[in-house]
Design a protein around this ligand. Structure first.
Ligand SMILES: Cc1cc2nc3c(=O)[nH]c(=O)nc-3n(C[C@H](O)[C@H](O)[C@H](O)COP(=O)(O)O)c2cc1C
Length: 152
């Protein structure tokens, strides 16, 4: 794979019904198993019944994967927010990182992240949406770890 092949894709979708953390971990497990075989990395955010996912990897692989994910009956109304080439992976160490905004201690709602990405898509913001998403992911994961420490 040359660097030119590397693409990023961000979508949002609506869960068909509220997801328990266990169910999210099942999705993450499936994603990790398959993504690690095909050179895909990314993060999956969940909150308020919505999913937001960053996928990064070879262009053709992402096209096939996004087609498959969009058909998954666990969610609906899949909407592509961002798709384009990139030089570097923003989540190189995550075959699929998971952050659940509904868990106690999560530092951000999915709605605030979505509005930031919409601002980018409409040209009102210069913030890179994939960078914003990974930062939100890191804040959410960090917030959750902090909550665990606080209650320990
Ligand atoms: C929100 C969400 C995110 C998902 N992310 C991935 C992913 O990153 N990689 C992946 O292989 N499957 C992912 N899946 C699972 C796929 O939709 C699909 O169930 C899985 O790849 C198995 O496909 P198959 O039954 O056609 O073999 C995701 C599913 C959901 C609902």
């Amino acid at each position: 794979m040359t660097k030119d092949d590397l693409y990023q894709l961000i979508y949002i979708s609506q869960a068909r019904r509220p997801m328990a953390h266990d169910e999210l971990m099942v999705i993450q497990g499936e994603a990790i198993a398959r993504n690690s075989e095909v050179g895909v990395t990314g993060v999956l955010l969940y909150g308020g019944g919505k999913f937001m996912q960053l996928l990064e990897g070879p262009r053709e692989v992402l096209a096939e994967l996004f087609g498959r994910i969009a058909l998954d009956m666990r969610h609906e109304r899949t909407r592509l927010l961002h798709h384009g080439p990139t030089q570097t992976r923003l989540a190189p160490s995550w075959s699929m990182g998971l952050a659940n905004a509904d868990r106690p201690g999560a530092a951000m709602s999915i709605e605030s992240l979505e509005s930031c990405i919409r601002a980018y898509a409409s040209g009102r913001s210069t913030a890179d949406p994939a960078t914003s998403l990974v930062h939100a992911f890191e804040r959410m994961v960090h917030g959750f770890e902090g909550a665990q420490e606080a209650s320990a």
